[in-house]
Design a protein around this ligand. Sequence first.
Ligand SMILES: C[S@@+](CC[C@H](N)C(=O)[O-])C[C@H]1O[C@@H](n2cnc3c(N)ncnc32)[C@H](O)[C@@H]1O
Length: 278
Amino acid sequence: MNYRHGFHAGNFADLAKHAALLVLLRSLRDGHKPLRVVDTHAGAGAYDLSDADFARSKEAEAGIKHLLSHNVPDSLKPLADYVRAKNASAGFHNRVGLYPGSPVLTLDHLRAGDDYIGCELRNDDYALLRRRIEPRGEAIQADGYAIAAQVAEDSGEHDLLYLIDPPFELPGDYAAIVTTLTDVLDLRPDARALVWLPVKDLETFDSFLRHMERDLPGADIVAAEIRLRPLWNPMKMNGCALVAVNGPDGFAATLEAIARDVVAVFGEAGGEGRVRRL
Ligand SMILES: C[S@@+](CC[C@H](N)C(=O)[O-])C[C@H]1O[C@@H](n2cnc3c(N)ncnc32)[C@H](O)[C@@H]1O
């Protein structure tokens, strides 16, 4: 596994994903049952943006640092405010020194009685994850796809939210997401999920959506495509997508606003944000 999320932490794609995750978590706070969040691909938990190795990518500079030094559009304000507050409490007042990943962001938005399970395979990022989230959350060094259904089986007393955010180093990730969600929803048709995907070419994304529609017939599926530029060069990451499964009321409008605003801040000519319900 070559992928290391530290090089990408705080880039436009993280911002889109975390802006949506934050609104989702806040809207699930009204649920009557305790919420269990399963982060199948957790990463290191939070990222030190002054790490010289990671900073070489300049992705955080073009992402979160750029966002916070301009007028922040409405849909990205909750995330921007949260990242600012997180930095201030860590002693960074005039600069962005850290970026919270999905594990820390999630734990910061759970109620007492809710819980979090994060899976990470890499030794180095798993060690960091443990250090950053324990004892508030549970870190497991395991394949997130493999444990997803087992957790659903053992979570009768909980509402369930899955965050599925693989590195897409392997083409098998697309099929693994669909199989994992099929197995989880067979056991728990009410489970919710937020899936992150890269957008390079339309064929790959369309084929993923076709399989989701075919294999998850009872689920409410909303797909937000965030195209930063036209898809002329399929070797480039031209944007990203978020796919929500059984999102709460109004979440499609949230995704639409985030997609539009991310394209407005980070897009090029010909960029476009669009949302459709399958
Ligand atoms: C995109 S990063 C996760 C970022 C994180 N969700 C966030 O938003 O802060 C994907 C992570 O998944 C890990 N990984 C790859 N395959 C995995 C698998 N099958 N199960 C669990 N973790 C995996 C990688 O090492 C990497 O750290």
